[in-house]
Ligand binder design. Structure first.
Ligand code: NAD
Length: 437
């Protein structure tokens, strides 16, 4: 990334494009509407509540992040979406059962005005869904063109100067990058030939990148994580980020594991299981969609613990992740972790974590922060993968050949130092003055 000589001001309204108008999207949209009316608080959002230390500790300069860098304000956000069900955002939020009627009723009319476009949907990529609100197209290339027309139409209809997209659609079946994903030319040929390795979410990502619209991927799908997308994103100066919002169990893992490692405690096993009953849980009940999620969740420990560097501590860790669809629980997921630790002389210890979390309540502020920070990245002239946004993801995308950083505290440091660097402030290294004298 090249240091920006200046960052364009966030003039005009910002359109947030959301493929998938389900639990996460509607919780995010409703939250923005409630907060800007002063009816609630944006808890969990770094861009709304976070501060950043500048200079020496004694300088006492700790502005809000939004006062350091020029960010779009909540009042400037507009929303547009696609879904294969034709419910508006209010109806979808009611069905998702994340927010209570007391929160939905005051903003009912505003939510009802968010109606999804017909989806680009080939059912073989999400086997558990059967919606009827879908486009027909002569080819996948034609489907991309239809999505591009939707984006341009929404920008005009809502009077916005620019857009960002965050994929909040269902988790798709597991797809490995293949020949069609290797270059822009190969991918465009694949679109024309309806290549089966091109899934629904890739069509949205491609349409956005073609329009120069930043794109974040909240699911573990390949979507925008392949060389052709990276090449196109650089050509059109569209920042990208992914994959898979870091919310419940994996958030806890990336908080705890760096602590064990810092303390040189060993690990023999980590068993993680979840019960959840929302539509996401139903989709993940399909083994092919679960495989995509499993790969995303399993990578975390390996990268944090570095077994090749610490074979005595982490050379033989048994790591297992299960997700069970359990309808009575709805969106209020429960994630259990059993952690088998080893201490001095190899003596075993155990930690049990039972996180009674709320999936979409944890994900919504991440959607907001990604939309706002990707818009900042675009205005700063950054194109391609934004590794400094790894903080928000279970399976962070990296530039080719690099391994992802999973440690939440390193991710947070990297994000804040990138913001300091963007505006010409000193990076914080936590070295005191005594080292410089
Ligand atoms: N909630 C969390 O904590 C969390 C964490 C990490 C990742 N995610 C991921 O975020 C995504 C959204 O989660 P959710 O709980 O809102 O799920 P959800 O099932 O409530 O919503 C997903 C929506 O996407 C729609 N959809 C599927 N394919 C589509 C397509 N091709 N075009 C347009 N719409 C499409 C579905 O009809 C559905 O309404 C999922 O992939 C999930 O795995 C969620």
């Amino acid at each position: 990334m090249k240091k920006p000589s200046s960052i364009q001001k966030p003039d005009g309204k910002l359109l947030v494009l959301l493929p998938g108008l389900g639990a996460v999207s509607t919780t995010f949209i409703a939250g923005c509407m409630l907060v800007r009316r002063g009816l609630s608080k944006p808890i969990g959002s770094m861009t709304q509540l976070g501060t950043i230390r500048l200079g020496k500790r004694t300088d006492n300069r700790i502005p809000k992040i939004r006062d350091l860098v020029p960010l779009a304000g909540l009042d400037e956000l507009e929303f547009a979406s696609w879904d294969l069900f034709d419910e508006n955002a209010y109806e979808s939020a009611v069905n998702a059962k994340v927010l209570e009627p007391r929160d939905l009723e005051p903003i009912k009319e505003e939510l009802e005005s968010v109606r999804p476009f017909k989806a680009a949907f080939y059912p073989e990529y999400v086997k558990r869904l059967d919606g009827r609100h879908a486009k027909t197209a002569s080819s996948k290339a034609d489907m991309v063109e239809q999505l591009r027309a939707d984006i341009r139409g929404a920008l005009e209809a809502k009077g916005c100067t620019r857009a960002v997209a965050v994929w909040c659609g269902s988790t798709e079946i597991y797809i490995e990058p293949g020949p069609v994903h290797q270059s822009v030319e190969a991918f465009e040929k694949g679109l024309a030939n309806d290549d089966p390795a091109i899934s629904n979410s890739m069509l949205y990502a491609w349409a956005c990148l073609k329009e120069g619209v930043p794109f974040a991927n909240g699911a573990p799908n390949l979507t925008v994580d392949f060389p052709a997308a990276e090449e196109l994103a650089k050509r059109t100066s569209a920042p990208t980020a992914g994959k898979d919002f870091k919310t419940g169990q994996t958030l806890m893992k990336t908080i705890l594991a760096p602590g064990f490692k810092a303390r040189m405690l060993g690990l023999s096993g980590w068993f993680s299981t979840n019960i959840l009953g929302n539509r996401d849980g139903e989709v993940l009940d399909d083994p092919e969609s679960f495989k995509t999620k499993e790969v995303s969740k399993l990578g975390v420990l390996e990268h944090i613990l570095q077994p090749e560097v610490y074979p005595d501590l982490y050379g033989d860790v048994y790591h297992k992740v299960r997700i069970n669809y359990y309808p009575p629980r709805g969106d209020a997921k429960e994630g259990w972790d059993n952690i088998d630790l080893t201490g001095w002389l190899g003596y075993p210890m155990q930690i049990k974590v039972d996180f009674l979390c709320r999936d979409s309540i944890l994900a919504a502020p991440i959607v907001l922060d990604l939309a706002i920070l990707l818009d900042l990245a675009k205005r700063a002239g950054f194109g391609g993968v934004q590794e400094w946004l790894s903080f928000f993801f279970k399976s962070p995308q990296t530039a080719a050949g690099l391994y992802p950083e999973h440690d939440l505290f390193i991710q947070s440091m990297k994000l804040k130092n990138t913001l300091r660097w963007m505006v010409g402030e000193d990076l914080i290294t936590h070295l005191g003055n005594e080292y410089y004298d």
